[in-house]
Design a protein around this ligand. Sequence first.
Ligand SMILES: Cc1ncc(C[n+]2csc(CCOP(=O)(O)OP(=O)(O)O)c2C)c(N)n1
Length: 611
Amino acid sequence: MNEKPLYNAIRKMDYNQLEKFSKRIREYIYNTVTKNTGHLASNLGTVELTLALYRIFDPEEDIIIWDTSHQAYTHKLLTGRWGSFKTLRQKNGISGFTNIFESKYDYFGAGHAGTSIAVALGYELGFKKQHIEKNVIAILGDGAMTSGMVLESLNQLKSINSNMKIILLNNEMSISPNVGALAKLLNKVRISYDYYNFKEKLKESLEVTEVGQDIEGVLKKLKDGIKHTVYNNTLGIFEDMGIKYYGPVDGHNIKKLEHYLEFIKNYNDGPCILHLKTIKGKGLSFAEENPTKFHGISNKIEKNISYSKVVGHTLNFLAKNHNFITFTAAMENGTGLNILKDNFPEKVIDLGITEPSIVTAAGAVRLSGIFSVVDIYSTFMQRAFDSIVHDIALQKIPVLFLLDRAGIVGEDGPTHHGVFDISYLRLIPDIEIYTPLNAQDLANMIYTSFKKGLDKPTFIRFPRGGENINIDNIIENLKIVDYNWKLIKKANNKNILLVVGQLIEEYKDLWKELNATIIGIRSIKNIDNHILNLYIKNDVNVITIEENSLKGGFNEEIKTYILKNNISCNLFTFGIDDFFIPQGTRKELLDEFVVKPEKLKNIILSSEKVK
Ligand SMILES: Cc1ncc(C[n+]2csc(CCOP(=O)(O)OP(=O)(O)O)c2C)c(N)n1
């Protein structure tokens, strides 16, 4: 990746050229994303900001931190990745997020929301200790702003004598409309009469008077007064925390943006925040009209019903006869909970990007007397680990957790793969972890949790993807199930495959080909001792396959079982080795890093030869 960065070139452009260039960037982003998948609407909303930013600040010298970084495509295009952007989100291609291994201009990697202020704060503290003076800029959306990490870090800025420059992109949206009091406050502030217009008007009127001789001098003197008059919108919440507030400003007007960016660049009296009003999906009417739908786009023609939708429909069915609350962390659509919300809005609560708080609140909901469900992606649940241990498991609160996208997610890459949850949950006492084999099994497990009730905190993990099913059939066939492991196929030999969860469905053709007994693992905690007793004996070849890190994974249960029972057998473990899986399609990555069909076949063939 030795491309010449473009940010120098844009400094020489006039505003007409910049406007044309913005259009070209938008087209390029749209064409690439429709071909490769990716975040669309958020990136369309940051084109002008990024152009203005790199005309005023220096991406090589100044530390610019993009929160979540799903909106940083223009940043990538301007910092030496114009050509390679064609490989966006493909295997070995450009990441959809900032990545410190990809470019020196990416000062921090992201993917999970809410880290930017802590990162910028850390850079500032470090530089201060080394007597280095640099501009440190954090850019974040109003959605990210709701997250605990952001609020925790903002709270410290004044006390560490920060000079951080925060750029807040307020498009009134997270993925769905943004929630919470802060969102309401931000949305209420309208661009009314900004400093720029005020200054221009003042200049005009002064030019015809005597004082006009020294316009700039007068302007300087008046500056503070102006600030007070024009910023009558000042958001007290930031000012009260000692963070100077400027705005709101039209985030799509390059000239104005430059003016304000220049202003905050020279502001060195403490931390400040520049509030921009942006339009998610800007420039493409269909994306502007439906920013939620075009937040991220996929290139697949989807004939399958996603597992998330199976969850949504099942909860929607159960909602008719059950009183419960389901929590989402700003992922109503991604989790399929919009289906439930359409009919039972009071049963879905979006608390924004606040995973730890949601888990804790869900525990208290359960204690208050009603059934409580938390539906969060496996990767984002990582942030709530302590809430699970301290607030849920330790107090044995029987909350139902639905862990969506548990496993390899594909093009989003390492920040989003949900390949650690078996490990981070298995170690917690007094919980149950289930891994349904297919869509019906997933729906049945949820149904069973409601109908039979829960004894313990219960986690149902299922991957990204779906099946070509009729959802009405799934609902009609709902039934109470046990959690025993399932014999899929019996072979008259010593090869025993223990295949975790939905991999049974995903690789169903492969299992047919293999000369082995195939067992579908539906429960990880607890394990099915009856099946293990039946099949794991001296001399067998046990093969475990799981879409999770091998460290801490299901395989370790089997290792322990074999050791404990003094069984002398071969054990082969398939799963994710001790490294971060890169990006690629889900199938590509599963084949290469998890199931490895050729390797698997060879093991089985060679065991036959030994016989
Ligand atoms: C911890 C965490 N939870 C959830 C998400 C999923 N997510 C990705 S972008 C996004 C919305 C962010 O909204 P905002 O910061 O306002 O940016 P916008 O997309 O509106 O530009 C969410 C919820 C995430 N990335 N990280």
